[in-house]
Structure formats: structure tokens, C-alpha cells
Design a protein around this ligand. Sequence first.
Ligand SMILES: Cc1ncc(C[n+]2csc(CCOP(=O)(O)OP(=O)(O)O)c2C)c(N)n1
Length: 373
Amino acid sequence: MKTSQEISRILKDSGVSLFTTLPCEKVKHLYSLICQDFRHVGLSREEEGVGICAGAYLARAKPAMLVQSSGFGNMANALCSLTKTYQLSLLILVSWRGVYKEKVPAQIPLGKRLPRVLEALDISYSALESHDDLPQIGEAAREAYSHNTIQVVLISPNLMENEEGSLPRIEAAGGGKIPPIPGRAKMRPSLTRFEILKTIAPFLEGKIVVCNLGMPCRELFKVAHQKSNFYMLGSMGLASSIGLGISLFTRRQVVVIDGNGSLLMNLGSLATIAREKPPNLTILAIDNGVHGSTGNQPTATMHQADLELIARGAGFKKTFKEAEPKQLLSTLQGLGGGPSFVHILTKPGDADLPYLPLSPIEIRDDVIEAITG
Ligand SMILES: Cc1ncc(C[n+]2csc(CCOP(=O)(O)OP(=O)(O)O)c2C)c(N)n1
């Protein structure tokens, strides 16, 4: 954790007084340290952080963000129309994907071009590629806070490659107890996402399945691969929207396997789906309370947010909350016409599985053939 510790120390010396964050697997140690060392707000969507930091700046704080390069894409308008327009200070540390030993093709198009995007937006940046570059963080912070500018620091994964040591586990958020939202406390989830996917594999067979990015895709591939599975490789937060788009143009049953962190990033999609009322769409919101794919950082569903209630509030008429396999299967079998929203509570935890052996084009062509063939 040496590099992360040094970064955290530089940030402290620079006077950062608020961190808003959304995790990336490549900087999970730094993320944990920042949660410990700074006043910290975990975000549902990166763009939200730009607003929080703007408000904090107005109240004389020194705000900073830690996000993934893909998340920077979610922030561009807010940065230009808020932070830049009002000349507010903001330091942004970016986990720079797509440039070093990248295994996820969806990270490459934006990650590789991020320096050019920043130049086009006229946002200053520096790139950290070796330990010797770390002092640039302090310089960026000084520049941001003394001249009311946005300063981006790109952190290449090679800098974090040798970070090791255990992360603070999930207990950090819930004191080791079953998380306190009413549904969770009552239902005491005992299965992991992988076990749930194994349980529902027969229900998914023959349906068009849109699967949330990261670990869920690897697990689904292992237990229920079929050509009608659309495996997301990026575009976090869009699983249910992709499912809606498909469902509007097919009579086939469409099932979305969404995640709590991802749904929180795009809650408005639930209101859109409830308004469109596709009868052939089922959303399975697998809620492990954390951003599982990036190292189990707790989300708001670990604390208080209840996705089933949110779906109801968005206008879904058929909503369910399940944690136990038999009851879940019987609910799925009895669904009837949708749209339906099934909130599935699980424990955190991922299976240890390799990256998908499929290219984006293979995934696309298989799904098109499954839908239209
Ligand atoms: C815009 C954006 N921000 C952050 C990430 C990094 N990321 C990939 S998967 C993931 C967690 C998804 O959490 P959740 O939807 O709860 O699913 P889980 O992995 O827990 O099943 C994150 C934060 C990303 N890919 N894109």
C-alpha cells in the first residue's frame, strides 16, 4: 500500500477537506485509504460528485474526487457548465484505464483518448506513470485551490500494480451485522450473486438476458451462457435501459440482471420503464449492498436505500423482494405480464472467474441473431 499511503499523505498536506468517490478496481487500496483518511462521500454517479464538490467549494471546503476514466465521461457536462463556468476549484484523481495491460475492451475508447478529451475541454491534467511523478499531485492541488481551476491527475494502473494488503472488509459499513435496511434485516440474505445466478439459470434459459458489467457477466457466463445473453463490458448504469430498448422491439421475454450500484447510477431509468410499461420486461436487481466488482465498497443500499420501494415510487406495479432461493423461483415462475421488478438481496462476494472470452462484436452478433433469428 506504499504508493497509496504516499498519495494520501500528499493529499492531506495539500489541505483536501472532502473526497467524493466512485470506485475502480485498479485503485481499490487508494480508495480504502481515502475513505479512512478524509471526509468522504461515496457517489451513486460521478456527475453527482461535481455538484457536491461545487457546493462544498462555495462553503469554503477544498474538494477532490476519485473516479475511473469512464466515470470522467459521466462528468464532462457538469464540469464545463458548473465548475468551469463559475471558476470553482476541483482536484480530480482519475484511475486511468485503457492504457496499460487493459483486459476490458470497453475501457479503451475513452481511456486512450482521455488526454485529448481533456485538452479539447481545456482542462489541465498531469499523468502519473512512475513513483517519481507523485509530487505532481501536490502541484495539481496547489494550482486547483489557489487559482480556482479544475486539475485532473491521471493515475496509470502500473503505479498501483504492486499494491497489496487486505482492504477494510464490508464490516466497515455495517459493523459486521446484517445491513440495516428493513428488507435486509428481516430477510437475512445467505446466498451470493453467483449462487443466485445458479438458482435462476433455468428461468433465464431461452430468454434475452442483459447482464450488468463486471463480475455478474463472468458468473453468468459460467452458469448460464447462451447466445441470447448480452454481456455488458462497460456503460455502467445502462443495463435496464438496454433491456427496455430490446423489449420495445421484440415479443420475446427480456430479463435484465442489474446491480445495486449500477441501478443507483441511473434511477431515472426505472421511471422511464414504468411509463413505457413493456409487458415482456423483467428487471432482476441483484443487491449485494456493495460495488462488488471493484472490491466491495458499500453503496447506499447497504445503509438505507431500498430499491424495491424506489421501483414502486417510479411506477412499477409488480415489485417483489426475495432472498431465499425457493421463494425466488416461485416468484419468477408466477410473474405473468410485466414490467416486473424483483429486488434480490444477497451477501457480498464474487466467484473467482476469468475475464469473458468473447469480443464485443461476438456478443453483439450473437444477441442480434438470437433476437431476430
Ligand atoms: C462510469 C463508471 N464508473 C465506475 C466504473 C467501475 N465499476 C465497474 S463495475 C462497478 C460496480 C458495479 O456495482 P453493482 O452494480 O452493485 O454490481 P456488483 O459488481 O456489486 O454486482 C464499478 C464501480 C465503471 N465501469 N464505469
